[in-house]
Design a protein around this ligand. Structure first.
Ligand code: CS2
Ligand code: MG
Length: 401
């Protein structure tokens, strides 16, 4: 079974997506998500102009060999664009193998290690009252884990504050600039979690995303302040380019730490995992080299007691979510899966077999990944350039968004 060709489908049912459809000479095709928020067309070009011409005529069954061929063969390794393109090819090849062998992908990954996959939802609000109410809504819908974010008094655009259940930070057209103050933010978070614990009780898992905005010592201070509320994790407390920074945080707090959604390769995670500076690794299928590479990251993490907590925001498509759920169901050191429901239009463009029930999800038992794309419908939602916001401190200095 050889690869006979493929196409890169861009569409925008509410937000932009890039999907690889890889085809074989036996008529079986596979899908891979190649969406890199705000830089989508760079990955589409990498696939169209460089990888697809290379792949035609090659044996679609040799997943690991093709992975190494695309990674080492590129000479220019790693990085979000390269690893998202390789991820799309890898994911599509696992989809093809599952369809060809007539089994769901998780069966190829060693079978189910659990009955279903615990997910967390996103609760947010302009006020603590609104955020608590939103979180209670998730619990009422059966969620066992909720991420909570609240606006910061005195700041207009705080990260993670949705409109209703929707949160889409990328804006079509031009880039927006937001203002940030870590001082104001640091004073606003602990009161939110104090209320959440009082109102929701001790059992619900609570998560928070600091979204890379704090200095290491500010992150240590936040971790200490949140310890009484025993969070499931504090995510991206400080930019992870400087991995030593996590040593300083660890010195001051026992709060569980999660990071990795902006990582693209095992080399980005190795020090943090080996020094046990984190407790959850959040690398997603579609930005970290696909299912094949994510399994290697998880295997390294297992040795050090680190669990998976894959990124699953709405800018990762239903193809990525389906692949993530197959991975999550089979990997031993699974921790939790992020789940932000996609828009109805997106769900119509990407019909899928995964399902949600009682705070957990299951990928379904259809052959392959159990997700498809309606190309005709996708074409009715043309791509529209969009940008993530850029953050500036209140004095105008560019800061981490
Ligand atoms: C966030 C994301 O879900 C998360 O944990 O960090 O929403 C992130 O901001 C977006 O994926 C960026 O595109
Ligand atoms: Mg995050």
């Amino acid at each position: 079974m050889n690869i006979s060709g493929g196409k890169v489908i861009t569409c925008s049912p509410g937000r932009n997506f890039v999907t690889l459809k890889l085809e074989t000479d036996e008529g079986v095709y596979g899908l891979g998500d190649a969406t890199l928020n705000g830089r989508e067309l760079a990955v589409a070009s990498y696939l169209n102009d460089h990888l697809l011409p290379l792949l035609v005529g090659r044996d679609a069954r040799r997943i690991e060999d093709l992975w190494q061929f695309l990674y080492k063969g590129a000479y220019w390794r790693r990085g979000p664009v390269t690893m998202s393109a390789i991820a799309a090819v890898d994911t599509a090849l696992w989809d093809i193998k599952g369809k060809t062998l007539n089994v769901p992908v998780y069966q190829l990954l060693g079978g189910a290690s659990r009955d279903s996959v615990m997910v967390y939802g996103h609760a947010s609000g302009e006020t603590i009252d609104a955020a608590v109410e939103a979180a209670a809504g998730y619990v009422a819908r059966g969620y066992k884990a909720v991420r909570a974010q609240c606006s910061v008094p005195g700041l207009t655009d705080t990260y993670g504050i949705g409109r209703g259940d929707r949160y889409e930070p990328a804006e079509r057209g031009s880039v927006s600039e937001t203002r940030w103050s870590s001082e104001r933010y640091l004073n606003s978070v602990a009161p939110l979690f104090a209320r959440l614990r009082t109102e929701l009780g001790p059992d619900v898992h609570l998560l928070h995303d600091a979204h890379h905005r704090l200095t290491p010592i500010e992150a240590a201070r936040l971790g200490r302040a949140l310890e009484p509320y025993h969070l499931f994790w504090l995510e991206d407390p400080t930019p992870a380019e400087n991995q030593e920074a996590f040593r300083l945080i660890r010195q001051h707090t026992t709060i569980p730490l999660a990071t990795g959604e902006v990582f693209n390769a095992i080399h980005d995670c190795r020090q943090l995992i080996q020094e046990q500076l984190i407790d959850y690794i959040r690398t997603p299928v579609s930005h970290a080299g696909g299912i094949s590479h994510l399994r290697k990251i998880a295997a390294l993490a297992e040795v050090y007691g680190v669990r998976t907590g894959s990124h699953g925001a709405t800018d990762l498509s239903p193809v990525c979510l389906a692949a993530a759920l197959h991975f999550d169901l089979s990997v031993h050191n699974f921790g939790i899966q992020e789940y932000m429901p996609h828009s109805d239009d997106t769900d119509r463009v990407f019909p899928h077999r995964y399902s949600f029930a009682g705070g957990t999800m299951h990928p379904g038992d259809a052959p392959g990944l159990g997700v498809d794309i309606d190309e005709r419908l996708a074409a009715t939602f043309p791509y529209q350039r969009a940008y993530l916001p850029v953050s500036r401190l209140v004095d105008g200095t560019v800061h981490d968004w």
